[in-house]
Design a protein around this ligand. Sequence first.
Ligand SMILES: Nc1ncnc2c1ncn2[C@@H]1O[C@H](COP(=O)(O)OP(=O)(O)OP(=O)(O)O)[C@@H](O)[C@H]1O
Ligand SMILES: [Mg+2]
Length: 339
Amino acid sequence: MAEGPILKLVKSDDAAVALPSGGSRPPSRTRRITPRARRILSVGGGKGGIGKSLISANLAIALARRGQRVVLVDADLGGANLHTTLGLDLPRRTLSDFIDRKVERLEDVVSPTGIPNLGLVSGALDNLEAATPKHAQKMRLLRHIQAMDVDYAILDLGAGTHTNVLDFFLVSDHGVLVLVPEPTAVENAYRFVKAAFWRRVRNVSQVFGYEELLHDIMQGASFRSPVELVATVVERDPEAGANLANHLAAFRPRLVVNQVRTAQDAEMGHAVVAAWRKYFGLEMDYLGAIDYDDEMWRAVRVRRPLLLDRPGAAAALGFERIADRLIAADESGRAADRA
Ligand SMILES: Nc1ncnc2c1ncn2[C@@H]1O[C@H](COP(=O)(O)OP(=O)(O)OP(=O)(O)O)[C@@H](O)[C@H]1O
Ligand SMILES: [Mg+2]
């Protein structure tokens, strides 16, 4: 995930991968697109039914109400339902029309939500092709998301660790990892974030032509952590090792613990960040917790977003805190970029 706003789109031999900034530039075939979406935030977590869609929708509303221009994208390609979360009927135009090239621009499928500053790209329903887009279709979608003229593009991801899900997560400035405080969900979250990490290693090595080097190094060896892997690359090729380390350091998921019932549940966020650092040698930021709140599922039943229906509810306050943290982090990031 990028720490800066510039995103590069790079075409490699069998794959075009979007790499956020960080590290040196790839040798050739680099196509720069004009970045407009200032921040891409994706909400994933591996497990189904943990609140990814509700978090995407409510964070989008919280950011829009802070004056940010937001487009919410239903990137759960197999099970689109964000429009229902927002209380909308399925819009006339959806992602299917974009993926099938019935329209040229992603902007053509952005529908109003009735909430100022917030647009919605509805997911494709019953469209097999859109559920499993071909590589070129996925890259076109990622490119158009990057180029949207908004402050935040928020992507609601599907469950699982399919490469389609991982690639959306990896192209984001903020890859939000959702976790519920249950042992199986924690396992799933680690599996998801590890899969995303190794996909990033693969993407970086493809783009910079390190595949052979990594293949040699990994032959027969098993690395307990990325730190070990990078150290071995540095021994063999210091320049490649430094570049890989730079790109991998930018992989910094933002953790949200949802459905918190006790203070211990909320503490779990810190424990997960500490374990990630200890065993994987990588950083993760804890964005905050959202209470388990009966108002949340009630809002789902009446098809009204919680933030509009029950703005004072405990879970709603959790979304407001997280939105404030995101904006503060982005503003300090921009200030650092300017300095
Ligand atoms: N903080 C919460 N408090 C109470 N209930 C919650 C909370 N978060 C989520 N839920 C419940 O979990 C259900 C699933 O939420 P949601 O649809 O956002 O999950 P998801 O991760 O997007 O699922 P999928 O993987 O199927 O897309 C909601 O309908 C709601 O009933
Ligand atoms: Mg969902």
